[in-house]
Write a protein that binds this ligand. Structure first.
Ligand code: ATP
Ligand code: MG
Length: 497
């Protein structure tokens, strides 16, 4: 098969950062090609150059046999290059059909032919065997369906290459299955796919070849069948990352001190009956499928959401939190899964984003102790290996995974008694994931009570001392340390009614 895309010697610098140092990247017609590399390696930057979001400093791009100049996203689209962004570039209050044909509504006698548009859109959706209705507002559907609509739009534009930059990070297992089925259908139509994900299983399942970037440089391109996972990790991270079933802990949690205790919590519409507790020094997992009520449970504890009945106690004292502010006052911390909406303040520096929630801890008599602030920031930049040219860089300029690390740092810096991690390693590369996990174990060893939410069963098994399994807003199972094995959790979800 010939190449649909060839990028040669691509270079791109930002103030203080050489993001791409002469990258070569070739993709064949109809191939599924994964782009891998650590957080900040340059993957998204390369993709943004390809799709016309950024301009390259140096290098050449050949697409479909011709040298091309891509000045903006419209150029890319007209050439046949489409992207499905994590932040979807669609309009939520328009219908699915309107989104698919955005800017290209079919007309009859100069009036928009709504009937035809809906029919055409529905045909495309049906052809992909998607259970989505063309005449319904897009925002009535979840992320996965919205991504599908975005892919259908790409197909309707006759694209030859679709880029998926971390499309799976907010999908559950079934939704990933659906996405992969659609990706394989695209391949049958000879559409090439560039796929980016930090989940190795997914990469190995779906791709034909892998290209690795390391620190903005091209490391190599490999057939998936010829590159072992351990080898891939070593090439990406530059060191070996031990494969672990469990993260070691210093203390086995003998403490009987309940930091948080929920009894019979009901919170409409999602939570029907939640009772659980987290002890001092314990990492307690919440397992369950997307929509099981894990995040809602965390939100009730932290004060984002009110309970209709039931009790929440902290250190045996009744709590009734009215807002997240109250949560912070009670020395709670909540690392949200929703980095873009609730997490970062894009135009503030990395430093200020880290210190944002601990200003009280570092001021005395109303004055900020800058030196203390500097120390905290320095400590976390090192501990998490956060990649930034300086603490004063605006956080929006950091790579996705590095932004996630900043949020973790922010909450740990508040020195809480109780901390909730909701999907803490989402978007974080394999090497850094281990750093994050070790740090969570360390803070628990120091006496913090930790609630750990993750949709990756292996991650729950690796990190948690005890696990509650949630389904449809209820606790349907509780597993102790010894019972936590991936299979067992999976079964508990399947069987618990
Ligand atoms: N607009 C920008 N301004 C300044 N620096 C930027 C900008 N965009 C990216 N960078 C920097 O370029 C480097 C590469 O970032 P990029 O987003 O391409 O990484 P990535 O491989 O996609 O990482 P991740 O896996 O975390 O998403 C990083 O050091 C990042 O901070
Ligand atoms: Mg990225």
């Amino acid at each position: 098969m010939k190449d649909i895309l060839e990028m040669k010697n691509i270079q791109k610098s930002f103030p203080g950062v050489r993001a791409l140092k002469g990258v070569d990247f070739k993709v064949k017609v109809g191939e599924i090609h994964s782009l891998m590399g650590e957080n900040g390696a340059g993957k998204s930057t390369l993709i943004k150059i390809l799709t016309g979001v950024y301009q390259k400093d140096e290098g050449t791009i050949f697409f479909d046999g011709k040298e091309v100049t891509i000045k903006n996203t419209i150029d890319a689209q007209n050439m046949g290059i489409s992207t499905v962004y994590q932040e979807l570039n669609m309009i939520p209050y328009l219908t699915v059909a309107e989104n698919i044909f955005l800017g290209r509504y079919p007309r009859k006698n100069n009036v928009i032919d709504w009937k035809k548009m809906n029919q055409n859109a529905q045909d495309l959706l049906d052809e992909m065997k998607l259970n989505i209705r063309a005449d319904i507002e897009l925002n009535r559907y979840g992320t996965a369906a919205q991504q599908m609509v975005s892919i259908v739009r790409a197909i309707s534009l006759n694209c030859k290459l679709i880029v998926l930059d971390e499309p799976t990070s907010s999908l559950d297992t079934d939704e990933v299955r659906m996405l992969f089925r659609v990706i394989r259908d695209l391949q049958k139509k000879n559409i090439a796919i560039i796929f980016i994900s930090h989940r190795l299983d997914e990469v190995y399942e779906i791709s034909d070849r892998i290209t690795i970037l390391k620190d903005g440089a091209y490391e190599g391109t490999y057939l998936v069948s010829e590159l072992g996972q351990a080898e891939l990790i070593t090439k990406m991270v530059g060191r070996e990352v031990e494969k672990k079933e469990r993260i070691e802990r210093l203390h086995s949690n003998s403490s009987d001190d309940y930091v948080i205790e929920l009894k019979d919590i009901l919170s409409k519409p999602k939570l029907r009956n939640i009772s659980l507790h987290v002890k001092k020094g314990e990492i307690v997992g919440l397992a369950g499928l997307l929509g099981a009520g894990r995040t809602e449970t965390a939100q009730v504890i932290f004060g984002y959401r009110m309970a209709d009945s039931g009790t929440i106690k902290m250190h045996s004292v009744d709590l009734s939190l009215k807002s997240p502010r109250d949560g912070v006052k009670h020395k709670m911390a909540f690392c949200t899964e929703n980095r873009r909406e609730e997490g970062i303040i894009p135009n503030m520096s990395v430093r200020d984003n880290i210190l944002l929630s601990s200003l009280r801890n570092i001021s005395s008599h109303g004055f900020l102790n800058q030196k203390k602030g500097d120390e905290i920031v320095k400590q976390y930049l090192e501990r998490f290996r956060i990649k930034t040219p300086s603490p004063y860089q605006k956080i929006k300029n950091l790579s996705g995974g590095n932004q996630q690390k900043v949020i973790l740092a922010r909450w740990l810096a508040t020195q809480p008694d109780f901390i909730i991690f909701d999907e803490p390693t989402r978007g974080i590369d394999v090497g850094a994931k281990r750093d994050v996990e070790n740090l969570i174990a360390e803070v628990a060893d120091m006496g913090l009570a930790v609630l750990f939410i993750s949709s990756e069963m292996s991650e729950i098994a690796r990190n948690c001392d005890r696990v509650y399994v949630l389904k449809d807003g209820q606790v349907v199972g509780e597993l102790s340390n010894q019972e936590i094995k991936q299979e067992i959790i999976t079964n508990a979800i399947a069987e618990g009614e």
